[in-house]
Design a protein around this ligand. Structure first.
Ligand SMILES: [Zn+2]
Ligand SMILES: [Zn+2]
Length: 280
């Protein structure tokens, strides 16, 4: 089979790999779609905020942690999947036994592996994964939509649920690239009034077209001031940063009301905050 690898900084190669075959509790997926993540771009440019890889590691890993496809082959003991079924693949592989895995949080498992990073990912003809990582997708959902549902939509859906966002809330989202824009749509679907902040005009235009309540251009206005004005000086109930930019992260903390909720989704390495003023 063919697989896409990062040969070196800013160089992507298509290479030949042996076809995988499924062991116990595993399946092989014929990949139909595999989304590009912002983290792939950072890795490509050599600017990843994730922990550095061991350079001496010889095995080259096929990229792609947001895949979707058709079950091609089933290993022993797999009970609830059949060949030909359409599935999206969840990215984190856990040990299946620890308290995190048993409560569904594979990504918090101390032995966690990530497809497209620790083991071969979905940018290939075929993908070998544990059967429990396969999420059946409904008839009307395309493979591309299925791929996007795993990381982009899944991460923000989970954040919105954890934050308890509802029709009682005003929510500000900082950074509306793929993640933030999905978060805005999900928060809106949960009934919240949603303000989005970005400095890229085309993103704000799209948010306006998709019915988001208020777009704030951070290149023109001070977003904290605009949000304070919109909320009569009180601040929003919830602020979510999806940019990883320390200025936006501080703006999120400064925009939220007392007893508000804040989530940082965008990855960043360092952040200086002012706890006495921002958290108390
Ligand atoms: Zn991702
Ligand atoms: Zn585990």
């Amino acid at each position: 089979m063919h697989g896409v690898v990062l040969a070196s900084k800013k160089r992507v190669d298509v290479r030949e790999f042996p076809d995988p075959y499924p062991g116990p509790n595993e399946v092989v997926i014929e990949t139909k779609a595999s989304a590009l993540c912002r983290s792939d771009l950072s890795t490509y440019h050599g600017e990843s905020v994730l922990e550095e890889k061991d350079e001496k590691k010889e095995e080259v890993i096929i990229l792609g942690h947001e895949p979707c496809g058709i079950v091609k082959e089933i290993g022993p003991n797999v009970k609830d999947l059949e060949e030909g079924e359409r599935v999206a693949v969840y990215l984190a592989i856990g040990c299946s036994h620890c308290k995190y895995c048993r409560s569904g949080y594979f990504m918090l498992c101390p032995k966690r592996k990530c497809i497209g990073d620790d083991v071969h990912g979905g940018n290939a003809d075929l993908l070998l994964v544990p059967a429990e990582n396969c999420l059946k997708i409904p008839e009307g959902m395309s493979f591309v939509e299925g791929a996007l549902s795993t990381d982009k939509v899944g991460t923000l859906y989970h954040a919105v649920k954890r934050l308890g966002i509802s029709g009682r809330d005003k929510v500000a989202i900082f950074g509306v690239g793929p993640m933030g824009s999905v978060g805005a749509l999900i928060a809106k679907a949960f009934g919240a009034v949603v303000y989005v902040v970005d400095s890229v005009e085309s993103r704000l235009y799209l948010m306006n077209k998709l019915g988001i309540d208020q777009q704030i251009d951070a290149s023109q206005y001070d977003p904290v001031k605009v949000i304070q004005d919109l909320t009569k000086g009180e601040g929003v109930d919830v602020a979510i940063d999806c940019s990883g930019n320390p200025i936006a992260e501080n703006n999120a903390l400064n925009s939220v009301k007392k007893l508000g909720r804040v989530a940082f989704i965008g990855e960043s390495k360092k952040l200086v905050i002012d706890p006495s003023n921002q958290l108390i």
